[in-house]
Design a protein around this ligand. Structure first.
Ligand code: BGC
Length: 349
């Protein structure tokens, strides 16, 4: 079968390969892949800066944001032929650590987890894949190809859960939230903030293209300046860019008792100057909290599936700004102006 593969650590090594049918050890459910989303992590892998091949192999099948249709499932799988499913990305470590042991692999403590399409386990950008039903999440049939947004939405659902759990250390009824970055993660974070009845402000650099309008269409407010110019003392900041100066801006300007959740993965090596003493003093005197958040467990996928099902499907459709057939995969991997989420169509729906 055809699969998009890459040699992790080697830039420009992506190619459309013929690979073996999916191995039985991946699980008893056979899924035909419909679509795979491309995200920043994929670009990092393609640039040779991230990603690990399965042990003993040179190439990794790419793709961790997926949508597929069940072809064959055992009677007790809770899935039927034709169901639309999304594969969970992470698998628990083999020890397992205390968190993986209770299904919270997104908090794996020993780093020995694997991730499909990213770390030591083939991804979903192949014509078919196999999966254990416990790692396949059903999506509302009405979403169709938009179900491919479930994985990035799961990362955001986890971030909002972290905010609410941390905020819940005292009375917490957030009224305003800032989201930095209007890429797919930022836009989905804004959607979930609006679904919570919060006044959401999204900050990005662009002044044209689809992003400002997508923010307005949600009923949120779009800004291009600094956090302090957008809203005074927000209760929540969800940082979705990984840009170091914005991270410290968020810590500086979150309101008393507020929570900053960091979701962007930055590349290191740059230095900025920070007044650590003042930052510490404010964070202490105002009980502010900051948390990093990565990946998602099954609970977050299910929350995200409910969030996407309840969202305006026309708005979600505008997030998927480009759909490229698998045979033209290189076009999908070339960023274009006005891209929001680019999706590789592996098979016609
Ligand atoms: C994926 C996560 C993954 C993270 C780190 C992100 O792009 O959405 O599932 O844990 O990369 O590998």
């Amino acid at each position: 079968m055809k699969a998009l593969t890459v040699v992790p650590g080697t830039a420009g090594s992506a190619r459309l390969d013929d690979v073996a049918e999916p191995p039985a050890e991946d699980g008893p459910v056979l899924v035909e892949t419909l679509a795979v989303g491309v995200c920043g992590t994929d670009h990092e892998i393609l640039a040779g800066n991230y990603g690990w091949a399965p042990p003993g192999r040179e190439r990794l099948v790419l793709g961790h944001e997926s949508l597929g249709r069940v072809v064959d499932a055992p009677a007790d799988a809770g899935l039927a032929t034709g169901d639309l499913v999304v594969g969970i990305v992470r698998r628990p470590d083999p020890v397992p650590c205390a968190n993986c042991a209770v299904g919270e692999w997104d908090f794996c403590r020993n780093g020995r987890y694997t991730e499909r399409g990213i770390k030591e386990h083939d991804g979903y950008c192949s014509e078919r894949y196999r999966i254990d039903p416990s790692f396949a999440v059903k999506v509302d049939a009405s979403l169709g190809v938009l179900g491919v947004l479930l994985e990035p939405a799961s990362v955001v659902a986890k971030a909002w859960e972290q905010v609410e759990r941390i905020g819940g250390r005292a009375h917490f009824a957030p009224k305003t939230a800032v989201v930095t970055g209007a890429g797919p993660i930022g836009l989905l974070a804004a959607l979930m903030g609006m679904q919570r009845g919060i006044d959401v402000h999204v900050i990005d650099r662009v002044t044209s293209g689809p992003k400002p309008d997508l923010v307005h269409a949600l009923g949120a407010t779009y800004h291009t300046g600094a956090i302090e110019d957008a809203v005074d003392a927000p209760d929540v900041v969800i940082e979705c860019t990984g840009v170091d100066s914005l991270v410290f801006d968020a810590l500086d300007h979150v309101g008393p008792g507020g929570v900053v959740c960091l979701t962007g993965v930055s590349s290191g090596g740059r230095q900025i100057t920070v007044d650590g003493g003042t930052l510490n003093r404010t964070m202490v005197l105002e009980n502010e909290a900051v948390a990093g958040s990565v990946n998602a467990n099954r609970r977050h996928y299910e929350a995200a599936a409910a969030g996407l099902a309840a969202a305006d499907h026309d708005w979600l459709a505008r997030l998927v700004s480009r759909r490229v057939p698998l045979e033209n995969w290189h076009q999908a991997l070339e960023p274009e102006d006005d891209d929001v989420k680019v999706v590789i169509e592996v098979q016609a729906p």
